[in-house]
Design a protein around this ligand. Sequence first.
Ligand code: NAP
Length: 283
Amino acid sequence: MLAKIIDGKTLAATVRASQKSAIESLAARGVRPGLAAILVGNDPASRVYVRNKARACEETGVRSETHALPEDIAETALLERVMQLNADSRVHGIVVQLPLPRHLDSSRVLAAVSPSKDVDGFHAVNLGALLQGRPGFVPGTPAGVMRLLEHAGVPLAGRHAVIVGRSTIVGKPLALLLLQKDATVTICHSKTVDLAVVTRQADVLVAAAGRAKLITAGMVKPGACVIDVGINRLADGSLAGDVDFEPVRAVAGSITPVPGGVGPMTVAMLIVNTIHAAEISIA
Ligand code: NAP
């Protein structure tokens, strides 16, 4: 039997629609949530991501503004722009689209974003809060993965979750969220020896490596839930996840597609964070 498809596009639309009453309560108090995206340079993928976020914001009732800055901007000028947005009361959330051009220190730029407007959850204050299990902004991709798992009714307590990828924006925060739900968590990376031996033990397998079709059918335990975070552009211009979708679908119990899985949920959770930031700003 083929795996059940976990539809992130539909769930993301539901999540966004669920924010209507929060938007209305804020409007009644004269507040419209606002998200500012900083886009440096001309990376085509980054432009698409920023445009998608802006469109989803407007559809949900969140004001969005994009600050497109030149590729060769000096770091001091970029930091100045971040400071202006920190001080702007119409802006409740700030995202700095990554990757930044090489001459810019992304950790210094991310650290400049006020933690109360850090709706991407990349600031050390918010990541620290996640580590300690305290309230804070959780990065959109891992938060979106957790919502997908919850929606699909995937049991986590006592189950083995294996994450392939240890980045600060996906793998590590996701590991903490899965731990909070009592999963037993293994994080794999490029130095992991015999990856397939580890992934085959997973009840929940999350692929976040950025390697097209890295996860093949033989690496998946029959009946497992497979979440594909990867977004890879193939030579023919098409998009592929990190999972070899069709063969894995014949083995897994449930699976997210690419596109239409984790991607839309990442944007939806960013919007939820922005609305929450607006609520906090007037609390
Ligand atoms: P990243 O910072 O490049 O991290 C990739 C991770 O995968 C690293 O930990 C790396 O190991 C590991 N890895 C790479 N090749 C591997 C291999 N052959 N076997 C095992 N581990 C391997 O990437 P990221 O920012 O986390 O993003 C990962 C993927 O998710 C990308 O395709 C990205 O486009 C996508 N993404 C999607 C969304 C979404 O909304 N759907 C959001 C964010 C990212 P080392 O640490 O040892 O180098």
